[in-house]
Design a protein around this ligand. Sequence first.
Ligand code: NDP
Length: 307
Amino acid sequence: MESIRCLILGGGPAGFTAAIYAARANLSPVLYEGIQPGGQLTTTTIVENFPGFPGGVDANNLMDRMREQARSFGADVRSGVATAIDLSARPFKVVIDGEKELAADALIIATGATARYLGLPSEEKYKGAGVSACATCDGFFYRKRTVAVVGGGDTACEEALYLASLAKKVYMIVRRDVFRASKAMQEKVFATENIEILWNCNTQEVLGDGFGVTGARLLRKDGTVFDIDIDGFFLAIGHHPNSELFVPWVETDAAGYIVTEGKSSRTRVEGVFAAGDVQDPTYRQAVTAAASGCAAARDAEKFLLEI
Ligand code: NDP
C-alpha cells in the first residue's frame, strides 16, 4: 500500500488549484484525475470569463496549463478513478481503478458535478457543437441567434434570461405546464419579450447538419410533433454532484452536495476536505472552483501541521 500525505481526487480547476497550493506547501500531493480529466470545463470550447485571458482561452488548453503548473511545483498528477474508499480511520484508505491501494493522511475531494443530459444520441452527437449545459460558458457564441433551453427550474430560467440578453430569441422547452422555478424568476422570464415558452413539450431529437445544431424535434403532450429552428440547445435540467463514493462518511445535503463547515472546506471527517462543484450547488464556475481548491489545500496544510 502506498502512503500519501495529501491525496486529491479530481482533475478539474478545484483539484489542480489544490495541487498547486499543496505542492508549494511541501505536502507532496498526489492527484488522480478521475473519469473526466480536466473536469467539466473540457465539455466546452472557449472560456472567456476566466481572469487573466483577455480574448479567451481554449478550455482544454486552460486545463492543460493547470495540470502543467501543478506538475511544475512537484505535484504527482496521475490518471485513475477512485473506486472504493474507507474514511473510518486515518490514514484513509482509497482504492484506485479497483486495484491500487493508497493510504492518505489528508484527502481533498474535488470530484466535481455532472450536468444532467436527456440521454438522446443526437444530443451526444452535437455536444460542444451546439449542445451545451452551461449558458454562462457558451452563451456568448449565440449573440443575435436563436437558442433553446430545456428545463423549468431556477437554473433554466436564469440561463434563459442570460441567453435572452445576447440571443435574438430563446425558446424554453418545459415538460409540464408549470415552472418549478421560484415565482420571482418566473416573473422575470414572463416579462422578457424574446423568450417563448413551449409548455408540455419534450425533445425527441436534436437536429443538425453534421457540423452543428440546426433545430430540435419536439413532442407536445397532446401528441403533436413539431420542429423548431435553433442554433444552440442548452440543457438546464439539473446537476448531479459526484459524491456517491463518499456518502457513507461525509455529510451531504438532499441533492448530494458535500456539506462543508462554514467558509472552510472541512467536511465532518477530520482530515477530509471538499472543494469545487462537489460541494457547491450555487456558483459552479471554474474560477469559484479554483478558489475553493486553494482553500482546501490551505485547510489540509493546517491539518497536516497539527497532527
Ligand atoms: P431543478 O431540479 O430545480 O429543476 C430541474 C428542471 O428540469 C425542472 O423543471 C424539471 O422538470 C426539469 N427536468 C428534469 N429532468 C428533465 C427531463 N428529463 N426532461 C425535461 N425536463 C426535465 O434544478 P435547477 O438546476 O434548476 O436548480 C437546482 C437548485 O438550485 C434548486 O434548488 C434551485 O432553486 C437552485 N437554484 C437557484 C438559483 C437562484 O436562486 N438564483 C439559480 C439556479 C438554481 P419538472 O419540474 O417537471 O420536474
